[in-house]
Design a protein around this ligand. Sequence first.
Ligand code: FE2
Length: 278
Amino acid sequence: MSMHAEDDVIAPNSVERSPASSAVPAPVPAPAPNADRAVASRTRTFDTRRLSKDFADQGAFLYLEDFLAPEVTTQLVQSARGLLDEVNRNYLPGHKQGGSVSRHTIDGLAPFIAELYRSKELIGWLEQLSGDKLQVSPADDPHAYALYYYTRAGDHIGWHYDTSYYDGRRYTLLLGVIDESSCRLDYELHTRNPDVADQPGSVQIPPGGLVFFDGDKLRHRITPAGANEMRVSLTFEYVTDPNMRPWRRFISNMKDAIAYFGFRQVFRQMTKRRKDPA
Ligand SMILES: [Fe+2]
């Protein structure tokens, strides 16, 4: 399937190309790789048993500087740049400023990301790391897979947890896509474990890098971007139990609408379901 439908549109015959325009061909988009094969090409080179121990020792947190296959990183960078016009900007004074593109937009315009999210190879490897049976998030959760953009001076997100509103645990997989910025992921390990001293850390995640953590256990933030900087990350959310109590669903939806994706994106799926229960 073509990633760029607009590339398939044939120019009308009446439009003549000048010699100058034909001399500068448009860049050819890289074809989407096979997600499972690309993930397996990397994970089979890792000592997953050791990484799983590191994950547990760090209180359900792991950072790998070089995780994605290069062809996957190339595809994600292409998608992130191609979706710039779709970014929903948000500003919550004192807490958050930045942009995001939800799964609903990604589904239509960057289907490779959805394929990567559902990759059995990827999910199986994350299960080995976490020791949990993981499931993809329900279809109406805009965080299931989303791109986060830090493109203006001051774009950041303050200290928080990726709180699970689900009945089970919520894991976050953060993949570096573009980093032309001074932004850092600052974090504190073990904050919810009274038996272990808090352990601060900070990483700058290059394209293709990975951070994987239990959202309720890692206190973290993204430090503010400077002028003329750009950072884009892709996050995948996996859960151990996709059920959610109705009042928690309401709180989660309101938070997402205000802080991340806008009301149209968050409630679109619900309205659609009501109109078409099938
Ligand atoms: Fe977060």
